[in-house]
Design a protein around this ligand. Structure first.
Ligand code: FES
Length: 173
């Protein structure tokens, strides 16, 4: 989720913070808004899962945290990545805020579909989040819960593709 992090960068800069941004993507072609992030940040690092652009993976963060002091870390993106970043920042005691984007049904804390365990308490992404303490979040439970919907997501994706997909024309090759 690169796009929403730009709003965080902007807000932090406007509040007078020194902002170091790390943009991550699966592959080089998926890296977006790098120029915009660079203009807004005091320092920018880029990384890809396959190493096709910038650093390969997140290991470089361990070296970065050894060299520089950070007061806060804000992470947005896939749950597994947010878990990994939270594990990296934890030994350094850097408060780490994750942003969850779970499936939601009622958005009122009643259906329970977006629930997450944080610090041993059951909370809801819709009414208690979307931001949570990454060091207190039960990521293993969260990942398990995400996987419960995988068959339905795959079916939905297949139905969408076989129906001709998006009609707006933007996704045509
Ligand atoms: S969407 Fe139903 S409890 Fe959050």
């Amino acid at each position: 989720m690169i796009a929403p992090i730009l709003l965080q960068i902007k807000a932090m800069k406007e509040a007078g913070n020194h902002v170091t941004t790390v943009l991550g993507a699966r592959i080089k072609e998926a890296m977006i808004l790098e120029k915009e992030a660079k203009e807004m940040s005091d320092a920018l690092y880029v990384a890809t899962d396959d190493g096709s652009y910038g650093y390969k993976g997140l290991d470089f963060l361990k070296e970065l945290l050894k060299k520089e002091k950070f007061d806060r870390c804000v992470v947005m993106g896939p749950v597994v990545m947010m878990r990994d970043v939270s594990e990296i920042t934890k030994p350094y005691g850097i408060p780490t805020i994750i942003t969850l984007t779970p499936v939601m049904i009622d958005g009122m804390g009643m259906c329970g579909v977006c629930r997450v365990t944080v610090g041993g308490k059951m909370l809801f992404g819709c009414v208690d989040g979307p931001e949570f303490d990454g060091h207190l979040t039960d990521f293993e439970e969260l990942i398990q819960r995400q996987r419960q919907m995988l068959p339905e997501e795959r079916l939905s994706s297949l139905l969408w593709e076989t129906s001709g997909g998006c009609k707006c024309g933007r996704n045509k090759a």
